[in-house]
Design a protein. Structure first.
Length: 194
């Protein structure tokens, strides 16, 4: 039986063009704050060397992803780059939100906009902006995870994503990591304590 007097949790969505630094910031927030629970997304891309299944993503085949779509398992999902799919699972969000937790999502701009539309005031959406596209390119190269083609696709998509920043509750520029982190942490505290 559900407890109607229990406080309902809320969502905090970090979004940004790939390579801006949202995973770096999300991981640090999760280390520093025990009031946040991460929503582990599903994806059809291959794991990077340092990534673990069930921790960074639920890595899966296209067939499995299709099956989950059919079952209605996703709150939202998107297909981009070369057809790689990413999605937010109901199972990562629904129970935790009912239990009153704050759930942190690290998702792309379109997914973030869909989640914001769905959850309204129960969702804080933060767009993280890179200082420039040139800096973004350098960060993606430095991360060492992309080949020439995937780098090109990510940068192409980044130009489109940058045009969406006005759709989000807050915009933070990630130039200096410490400054951006402090700013985001304070924004989240204002939201969780409101
Ligand atoms: P995203 O999750 O948005 O794709 P990442 O968190 O993987 O981005 O960051 C991309 C790369 O940029 C990583 O190598 C990370 O260490 C680096 N990075 C993140 N923030 C900064 C910053 N403020 N200055 C320089 N490098 C950064
Ligand atoms: P990466 O391959 O670099 O881990 O992620 C690529 C992009 O997919 C990033 O912008 C990341 O935030 C986004 N992403 C990760 N999970 C999800 C998700 O569940 N839904 C959507 N829409 N995007 C996601």
């Amino acid at each position: 039986m559900s407890n109607s007097t229990a406080p309902r949790g809320k969502l905090i969505v970090l979004t940004a063009p790939s390579g801006t630094g949202k995973t770096t910031i999300a991981q640090r927030l999760l280390k520093d704050r025990d009031d946040l629970h991460f929503s582990v997304s599903a994806t059809t891309r291959n794991p990077r060397p340092d990534e673990k299944d069930g921790i960074d993503y639920h890595f899966m085949t296209d067939d499995r992803f299709d099956e989950l779509i059919k079952r209605g398992a996703f709150i939202e999902w998107e297909s981009f780059y070369d057809g790689t799919r990413y999605g937010t699972l109901h199972s990562e969000v629904d129970k935790q939100i009912e239990s009153g937790y704050f759930i942190l999502l690290d998702i792309d701009v379109k997914g973030a906009w869909n989640v914001k539309q769905h959850y309204g005031g129960d969702c804080l959406s933060i767009f993280i902006r890179p200082p420039s596209l040139d800096v973004l390119k350098e960060r993606l190269k430095q991360r060492g995870t992309e080949n020439e083609e995937s780098l090109r696709l990510r940068l192409e998509r980044a130009s489109m994503e940058m045009e969406y920043e006005d759709n989000f509750d807050e915009v933070v520029v990630n130039e200096d990591l410490e400054a951006a982190y402090d700013q985001i942490n304070s924004i989240i505290t204002r939201f969780t304590e409101a």
